[in-house]
Design a protein around this ligand. Structure first.
Ligand SMILES: *Cc1c(COP(=O)(O)O)cnc(C)c1O
Length: 357
């Protein structure tokens, strides 16, 4: 059997959730489990995240999966609904939604007597400068007043465009949020993703929305999981399926992009872009064998990679860590010119998921 495996460490997940609790002791925690829990497998992760106060997802389908697994916490749809029919469905299923466009507000008000719509919080999104979703500061106060006058409880919410860095827009976004919040009091508030949870303790308010930190990856370019005191949740692993000796001048893999400068021993590992292991590199890449980093050589194929094991004690079946506790996901991402988030979400269904307790 081809043994490409994604191990999910449920204790690491719990540890990271506790880190959120330590950092934001007074806020409720909305654990972001969109995109199949950032590629980790929502079913596997929810068990470890069951003490979350609520969950955040991107669409109704993701929310219903959580309900089917038996979890009863509030669930927020971060992009809201995409049609009036979906609004009716969402209210019937007791899901909460973000509103960021006028039609969504109209649909909600039109169906406020449906089931217990008024018991569901409405997350009203402020566009404070990211220019993705949300009402402008000049519009949102009226939207919130209108929803309140119909009896809804609102959560003022927004998303930072640069919480991972020191960008001047941060101050603007923060000030706009605080001004709108003040104009709408009393109102619940939420504006922190993982990076902002670390960076802005004064902005934790009623709900924090951790995503990437729960999974033990960094939201920052200049800090790794160790300095943030997080534990990597995923170990992506595969095994050696062939060992070859090659001579000086021989090449390896598609395009013959790697040529041996001296005789070497190489190992073929059964992992490739068909599993979600990235193919394009802007810097040298490595895997780990136990704690040792070992270079990847030549191109990544759909099902295989080659690594340089010259002088190492390896055999057929030796386990290789593509990322995990020794080869950090974030370092693979940097070598690949991307971020950990993308590599996690790009994993394919082919590697088996296995939960470790
Ligand atoms: C995904 C998401 C988050 C979590 O972001 P991280 O950077 O993964 O912590 C928080 N809020 C919203 C609205 C999101 O879409």
């Amino acid at each position: 059997m081809r043994q490409a495996t994604v191990y999910i460490d449920s204790q690491a997940l719990q540890y990271n959730l506790n880190r959120v609790k330590q950092l934001a002791p007074t806020a409720k925690i909305v654990s972001m489990v969109k995109a199949n829990a950032y590629g980790h497998g929502v079913k596997e992760c929810l068990a470890a995240l069951k003490d979350s106060d609520a969950f955040g997802v991107a669409c109704v389908e993701e929310a219903l999966e959580i309900r089917e697994l038996g979890y009863t916490q509030p669930i927020t749809l971060i992009e809201g609904v995409f049609s009036e029919n979906e609004m009716i469905q969402v209210i019937g299923q007791k899901l909460e939604c973000v509103v960021h466009q006028t039609p969504q507000v109209e649909w909600l008000i039109a169906h406020k007597d449906h089931y217990n719509a008024l018991n569901l919080k409405v997350w009203v999104k402020l566009n404070s400068g990211m220019n993705r979703l949300g009402f402008k500061p000049t519009e949102i106060i009226e939207v919130i007043q209108r929803l309140k006058s119909h009896g809804f409880t609102c959560v003022l919410t927004m998303h930072f465009a640069n919480a991972d860095s020191d960008h001047p827009l941060n101050e603007q976004q923060k000030n706009q949020f605080l001004q709108v919040k003040q104009a709408c009091e009393p109102i619940l508030a939420s504006c922190c993703n993982s990076a902002a949870i670390y960076k802005y303790p004064e902005l934790h308010f009623d709900f924090v929305r951790p995503g990437i930190m729960l999974y033990g990856a960094t939201p920052f370019a200049d800090q790794n999981v160790h300095t943030l005191d997080l534990k990597p949740v995923m170990t992506f692993s595969a095994r050696i399926i062939a060992l070859n000796s090659i001579q000086q001048g021989e090449s390896v893999g598609y395009g013959s992009t790697f040529t041996a400068a001296q005789p070497m021993k190489i190992a073929i590992v059964s992992i490739g872009y068909g599993d979600g292991y990235p193919r394009a590199y802007i810097k040298p890449n490595f895997v780990a064998i136990d704690e040792q980093l070992v270079p990847v050589i030549g191109r990544v194929s759909m099902d295989m990679i080659a690594i340089d094991v010259t002088g190492l004690d390896v055999e057929l079946g030796t386990q290789i860590e593509l990322w995990g506790k020794h080869r950090l996901l974030d370092d693979v991402a940097t070598a690949n010119g991307t971020i950990g988030y993308e590599l996690l979400c790009r994993l394919s269904q082919r590697p088996k998921r296995q939960l470790l307790y």
